[in-house]
Write a protein that binds this ligand. Structure first.
Ligand SMILES: Nc1ncnc2c1ncn2[C@@H]1O[C@H](COP(=O)(O)OP(=O)(O)OP(=O)(O)O)[C@@H](O)[C@H]1O
Ligand SMILES: O=P(O)(O)OC[C@H]1O[C@H](OP(=O)(O)OP(=O)(O)O)[C@H](O)[C@@H]1O
Length: 232
């Protein structure tokens, strides 16, 4: 085994990842019992399957412990500083679509854009004596986005789940989270700012720049890349 391929071990991305590879003539399957995290790749020799949580795949790529990995582009860009120096995005895979967005209470009639949010944040601070709070688990992406948009008068509040509930629970005034159908936002009376899409994510095949590409890995990669029709 010379090339390590990290794929999501469960959750929303796993089955579609397996289907995508099958559609390109590479069969990936889990082996062993239903609960055992073991797998095999058929169709190309020399590939070892590593089953991981989608959220851990960026770190494993950056550390070079896997050569290739499938995960959401949002997770790579959030978890890795200077991500392009550490991984190459080889192929968007056409599933796992989700948008990272900034949303505010639907009843904030005067707040539709980032400029409005900036004005509201200044007014909020003047009125309440503390900064408007935005709940998110995407700290890096939100900070970068708001810096570029010129919005400064806010505080991030960490939220690792049920983020849309933080406004109702009065632990934040706004949120930045992933949405796909938009139902969770609507159900929690939140609206997306018209220019508030931070990142459009989808499952993507990434290559680790810092992995050991000698000892046969490069050759295995070339065979796989030919089969998958990858450019790089
Ligand atoms: N409706 C959605 N909600 C949340 N994430 C979504 C949605 N649709 C697609 N995704 C994407 O799925 C990925 C997260 O998948 P998942 O929740 O299975 O991984 P995880 O956070 O590692 O979970 P776990 O630790 O439970 O394995 C992200 O890239 C995200 O953008
Ligand atoms: O736009 P929608 O289709 O409504 O989907 C978006 C919701 O799905 C995800 O939550 P998930 O179920 O993964 O739980 P989480 O709160 O633990 O992230 C995400 O964080 C949103 O809350």
């Amino acid at each position: 085994m010379t090339l390590k391929l990290g794929v999501p071990s469960k959750g929303r991305l796993m089955d579609k990842t397996f289907d995508w590879f099958a559609g390109h003539g590479v069969s990936i399957r889990r082996t062993g019992s239903e609960r055992e995290y073991a797998g095999a790749v058929e169709g190309i020799d020399g590939i070892e399957l590593v089953l991981l949580s989608a959220g851990e795949i960026p770190r494993e790529l950056a550390a070079g412990r896997i050569h290739l990995g499938v995960t959401g582009s949002d997770l790579v860009q959030e978890k890795l500083a200077d991500w392009q120096a550490r991984v190459a995005a080889l192929e968007p895979m056409g599933f796992g679509f989700a948008d990272l967005v900034i949303a505010v209470p639907a009843f904030w009639a005067d707040v539709e854009t980032l400029d409005d949010l900036d004005a509201a944040a200044a007014a909020f601070r003047a009125a309440h004596g503390h900064r408007l709070r935005i709940a998110t688990k995407y700290h890096r992406l939100v900070r970068e986005f708001l810096r570029e948009a010129g919005v400064a008068d806010y505080a991030l509040v960490d939220s690792q789940g049920a983020t849309e509930g933080t406004v109702k629970n009065l632990t934040a005034e706004a949120i930045a989270d992933i949405t796909s159908t938009g139902e969770t936002l609507r159900a929690n009376h939140l609206k997306i700012l018209s220019d508030g899409v931070i990142h459009r994510s989808q499952a993507t095949l990434f290559k680790a720049r810092g992995a050991d590409w000698d000892n046969g890995a490069r050759g295995v990669y070339q065979r796989l890349a030919d089969r998958l029709g990858l450019g790089e």
